[in-house]
Design a protein around this ligand. Structure first.
Ligand code: 5GP
Length: 108
C-alpha cells in the first residue's frame, strides 16, 4: 500500500518541506497541533517502530538528529517535544514511521 507520506517523498502530492537529505524528509504537518509541528520521516518505507530491525539503527539515529537540527533551525531554544505514535493503540494514523516535532508553545 502506498501511503500519503510515500507520495510526499515521491513529490506526487505537495507538502511544505523544510529539510531533505538522502535518508530523511521533513515537512510541516497539515493539521498542526502547535505553532511548530513538523514530521520527520525516513525515506525507507518502515511502517512503524514495531517493524524496525537492527539494520535500521542508523536511519533512526539519523532521523532523531534531524529532529534536533530542525528544532534549532526553527528557533525552538526553549525546548520542544518529539513524539512517535506506534500502531493502532498508539494512535498512529499513517503507517509510515514518523517523528513529530512539536514546539513554539508550552506543551503538556
Ligand atoms: P499519526 O497520528 O500517524 O502519528 O500522525 C499523522 C500525522 O500526519 C497527523 O498529525 C496528520 O495531521 C498528518 N498528515 C496526514 N496527512 C497529511 C498530509 O497529506 N500532509 C501533511 N503535511 N500531513 C499529513
Amino acid at each position: 500500500m502506498t501511503t500519503i507520506f510515500k507520495k510526499i517523498i515521491d513529490r506526487e502530492i505537495p507538502a511544505d518541506i523544510v529539510y531533505e537529505d538522502d535518508i530523511c524528509l521533513a515537512f510541516r504537518d497539515i493539521q498542526p497541533k502547535a505553532p511548530v509541528h513538523i514530521l520527520v520521516i525516513p525515506k525507507k518505507e518502515i511502517a512503524s517502530l514495531m517493524e524496525l530491525t537492527d539494520e535500521d539503527e542508523s536511519i533512526v539515529g539519523h532521523c532523531v538528529i534531524a529532529v534536533s537540527r530542525i528544532a534549532a533551525q526553527e528557533g525552538l531554544s526553549g525546548g520542544y517535544k518529539m513524539q512517535v505514535n506506534c500502531g493502532e493503540d498508539g494512535g498512529q494514523e499513517v503507517p509510515h514511521l514518523h517523528f513529530h516535532l512539536l514546539g513554539g508553545r508550552r506543551l503538556h
